[in-house]
Design a protein around this ligand. Sequence first.
Ligand SMILES: Nc1nc2c(ncn2[C@@H]2O[C@H](COP(=O)(O)OP(=O)(O)OP(=O)(O)O)[C@@H](O)[C@H]2O)c(=O)[nH]1
Ligand SMILES: [Mg+2]
Length: 360
Amino acid sequence: MERLGIVGRPNAGKSSLFNALTGGSAAVAPHPFSTTETNVGMAQVPDHRLDALSAMSASRKTVRATVELADVAGLVAGSSTGEGLGNRFLAGIREADALCLVLRAFEDPNVGGGHDALEDLEVLELELVLADADTIENQLTKRRKAARADRSSTLAAEVAALEVALDHLQAGTPLYRAGLSSDQRQALREYFLLTTKPVLAVVNLGEDQVADADAVVKPVAAALVGSAEVLGVSVQLEAEAAQLPDAERDELLEGLGLGEGALPRVARAAYHLLGRRTFLTTGEKESRAWTFRAGAKAPECAGVIHSDLQRGFIRAEVIHWHELLELGSWAAAKDVGKLRVEGKDYQVVDGDVLEIRFNV
Ligand SMILES: Nc1nc2c(ncn2[C@@H]2O[C@H](COP(=O)(O)OP(=O)(O)OP(=O)(O)O)[C@@H](O)[C@H]2O)c(=O)[nH]1
Ligand SMILES: [Mg+2]
């Protein structure tokens, strides 16, 4: 299953974020490199559509979608050439399918390290860029030679893509900001580069910065505009809030003007970044969010529920969650003819509610 790698400098709050999202217990400490081995866990993805349908159906059970996270060892200037935990962070990042850059803005004299999110971004990007440039340089001579011998157009295109990528990297630009074409991306796939992965950034805010988060988050968002979503989160504050009973937590977060809090947004952004989409089922027994790949058709989605449903797929009855909620029940939707009947070629849309008809 695809996973999101949490990447950042030591003491940025990566393990704190990981724990808050997964309910895990990765070691958190005010000294650098408290994480040495990658921690892996599952985060639930809060979904108000699911909650609303569950309430509508008075479901006995509500099952959320999940996303896999990996808390990777901290990265320092020079990591790409072996400083700090060196290759350990590289391996952890290489195994991830998308990256969450944790940038520290909180100030705490008891926790070593900087508190300039833009500086964190610069250091992280430089290490990722150096690692990728190294990967390409190691391959380019060989690939050029192969292309000359073989004269196939695919190899020539691959070499051209490597050259373009290397130019960007040597200018200090991570490939997620390089505006590569999808053909170029495709040609680079087998090199398992770090900066071709989709990226999301979390600015870890101090409690005192929450009220004016924009001042800290906006410059980071400007630096990553067009290439990454940037979310401000007071990780420690929200982690503490997550420990409270629901009502107290809501009151605390509301009181700070944080609404449902930023953690659910991080989970949803991670889910989306990994190309995950949700369809829903709802009934008295349970309401459930099911995960499918963007672009999947109805039989494949049926298969997410059970392979028998894919094998024996006849048709799907479909209604968008919003419309169903307005009508109040599946039976009501059926009565007024609002359930669409869709066949094998239907591309399921995020937020669709499905009922699968199948042969056993
Ligand atoms: N004041 C404050 N402290 C925080 C915040 N987030 C994390 N910390 C503290 O910062 C220290 C480092 O947090 P970790 O989550 O261990 O950081 P990390 O990025 O996993 O660090 P390494 O594993 O060493 O790379 C811990 O003492 C945390 O309690 C925050 O939002 N505010
Ligand atoms: Mg850690």
